[in-house]
Design a binder for this molecule. Structure first.
Ligand code: G3H
Ligand code: 13P
Ligand code: ZN
Length: 335
């Protein structure tokens, strides 16, 4: 058993408390390789933004769980080298079993999500409570979920979303003692968050997605005031990246995400954590494709992964400043 405390990581308690009071949200960026990790560390250090590094079970399999733990330790050291006082949480994204959550806690994660949203309300509560009881012994924080997002998570594809039912949240939070709650109010995983028929078109013919259900969020806030809420599926599917991919041999059709201003509004509410994965993937793919188009003879991975990493770093700074409002908040938490 290795404790996250020995690795120099933190759980999410203090970050969420400050984010709630300061009306911003903590970005949770997914990673599964070195370039993504470097970009997240450098981007957050430069913008002095508290952050959460998150790992899906698929990412854990891809990178190897031992390698991942050492990568996170490497990130702690790299962050210190920048001169930053930031500390980050290492979080399991979409944990689906007690055993997976336990294994992550035993290998140094400071926070886990138990996603029981595919189960009945009762079974979701039972599973979440079991994970919380185990995790809290080690000061590890736990995120639960109520409601189902549309889109792709690992190998699971949900065709349609089921919004969170506000009447369920009080009992869920009280019974499970969970630290934060992911809700479904219209966000969705992946780069194709909405079908064209769910959208309208603006005067330039660009697809405009339906607005988030802030009414449901408000109802939830009334029932569990001051409780930390999490938004998954919060990439904006940045059109510049989608166009760049398509102009360089890609074929992304009807890719549409959550507009930045909706996320900014959410970040000012009790939403304390916002999950972003797809935008980072799009940024890197856009620049890798561009290098391949412009320099077809290039075969040194550093020559295309380097520009991709640099773009991801810039994107992260932009998100922290302009979307989450988390930039320059690090010193309030970590001095
Ligand atoms: O919500 C899912 C995350 O974007 C992780 O995706 O399971 O393909 O690693 P992944
Ligand atoms: P996006 O696919 O919108 O980036 O969502 C990521 C996510 O929710 C990870 O859990
Ligand atoms: Zn998610």
């Amino acid at each position: 058993m290795v404790s996250y405390k020995e690795l120099g990581l933190v759980n999410t308690v203090e970050m969420f408390k400050k984010a709630m009071a300061g009306q911003y949200a903590i970005p949770a960026y997914n990673f599964n390789n070195m370039e993504q990790l470097q970009a997240i560390v450098l981007g957050c250090a430069e913008s002095d933004s508290p952050f959460i590094l998150q790992v899906s079970s698929g990412a854990r399999k891809y990178a190897n769980q031992t390698m991942l733990r050492y990568m996170a330790q490497g990130a702690v050291e790299m962050l210190k080298e920048t001169g930053s006082n930031l500390k980050f949480a290492l979080h399991l994204d979409h944990g689906d079993t007690f055993e997976l959550c336990k294994s992550c806690i035993e290998t140094g994660f400071s926070s886990v999500m138990i996603d029981g949203s595919s189960h009945s309300f009762e079974d979701n509560m039972k599973l979440t409570k079991k994970v919380v009881e185990y995790a809290h012994q080690y000061d590890v924080t736990v995120e639960g979920e109520l409601g189902v997002l549309a889109g792709i998570e690992d190998d699971v594809v949900a065709e349609t979303s089921t919004y969170t039912r506000p009447e369920e949240v009080e009992e869920f939070v009280k019974e499970t003692n969970v630290d934060s709650l992911a809700i479904s109010i219209g966000t969705s995983h992946g780069a194709n968050k909405f079908k064209p028929e769910q959208c309208t078109r603006n005067e330039d013919g660009v697809l405009v997605p339906p607005p988030l259900r802030f009414d449901i969020l408000e109802e939830i806030e009334k029932r569990i005031p001051g409780f930390s809420i999490v938004l998954h599926g919060s990439s904006s599917v940045v059109p510049e990246y989608v166009n760049m991919i398509n102009n360089n041999g890609g074929n992304l059709k009807n890719a549409v995400g959550i507009p930045a201003e909706q996320l900014r509004k959410a970040a000012k509410s009790s939403v304390c954590k916002v999950n972003i994965d797809s935008d980072g993937r799009l940024a890197m793919t856009a620049f890798i494709r561009k290098v391949h188009t412009e320099s077809p003879a290039e075969f040194d991975p550093r020559k295309y992964l380097g520009p991709a990493r640099e773009e991801l770093r810039k994107m992260i700074i932009d998100k922290n400043i302009n979307v989450l409002g988390s930039a320059n908040k690090g010193k309030e938490i970590f001095g």
